[in-house]
Design a protein around this ligand. Structure first.
Ligand code: BGC
Length: 251
């Protein structure tokens, strides 16, 4: 019998567009990831060209298996509603339809943090948690995913709560730490206030911190004092791709 083809996961970010076929039995890439720089003008058409070359590159491994694509934006039923770090012309675009007709294969488009949350839920730090999990990716912005008893509540957008009278992601993202040259201690104070506020509103049973800076979690997570345990994500930058592929297959 021919081996089943792997779904393809593609993660559209402000600086890079990354894709890999995903082995959903184990939650790992089935081939080396391909990264292409995000076009300077990251319009839907320009990005669709890059997505098409990534799909072509992996055609052998994926056949006509479904494709999952993440965007750093609110997505409802394939339609992009906001645009953080991508061209504003995405707003109102039916990205599911655009990419599916471009690629000739079923395409599921989801928010980037939601995809990462789903990956951590099935293969990473949020496995077997019976209750409410909040995943927060601390990167250029703050993306969040809410997962209740294994089910994703999409588009939670808690990076845009108010913190110190400003959009929280402008104060507590990893980007804010870098641009303001904050020590981990100073940054942790902001994270403390941010997560404590979320805890008062939602009472999660577990908080998972993702994004590149989760690799250095020992520098700041021990400084936080919250009701719920707060742990680093386990899948690192692979989470978006893996979760997108999972959602493409399992909806
Ligand atoms: C966007 C979210 C996104 C997050 C991480 C935020 O600015 O509003 O949709 O998940 O950035 O990319």
């Amino acid at each position: 019998m021919a081996r089943a083809k792997h779904p393809l996961g593609i993660d559209i970010g402000g600086s890079g567009i990354k894709g890999a076929p995903v082995d959903l039995d184990v939650g790992e890439f089935a081939a080396d990831r391909l990264r292409i720089q995000t076009p300077e003008e990251s319009t839907p058409d320009a990005v669709a060209d890059v997505v098409a070359s990534i799909a072509e590159h992996f055609e052998k491994a994926t056949g006509d298996a479904p494709i999952g694509v993440t965007v750093p934006a609110v997505v409802s039923r394939g339609i992009v509603r906001t645009a953080a770090n991508i061209d504003q012309t995405w707003i109102g675009t039916d990205a599911g339809e655009l990419l599916a007709s471009r690629l000739g294969r079923p395409v599921t488009v989801v928010n980037d943090a939601d995809a990462a949350g789903v990956a951590e839920l099935h293969y990473g730090a949020a496995r077997n948690v019976d209750g409410l999990v909040l995943l927060a990716t601390l990167g250029t912005g703050i993306g969040t995913a809410l997962l209740h008893r294994g089910v994703l509540v999409p588009n939670s957008e808690l990076g845009h709560l108010q913190l110190d009278g400003a959009d929280a992601e402008t104060r507590a993202s990893s980007h804010a730490r870098e641009t303001e040259d904050l020590s981990y201690e100073d940054w942790a104070e902001r994270l403390q206030r941010y997560f404590a506020h979320i805890e008062d509103l939602l009472w999660p049973d577990l908080i998972v911190v993702g994004g590149g800076v989760s690799k250095r979690a020992e520098r700041y997570l021990p400084l936080l004092h919250l009701r719920a345990p707060i742990v680093p994500a386990q899948l690192g930058n692979a989470a978006g791709i893996i979760g997108a592929a999972w959602l493409a297959v399992n909806g």
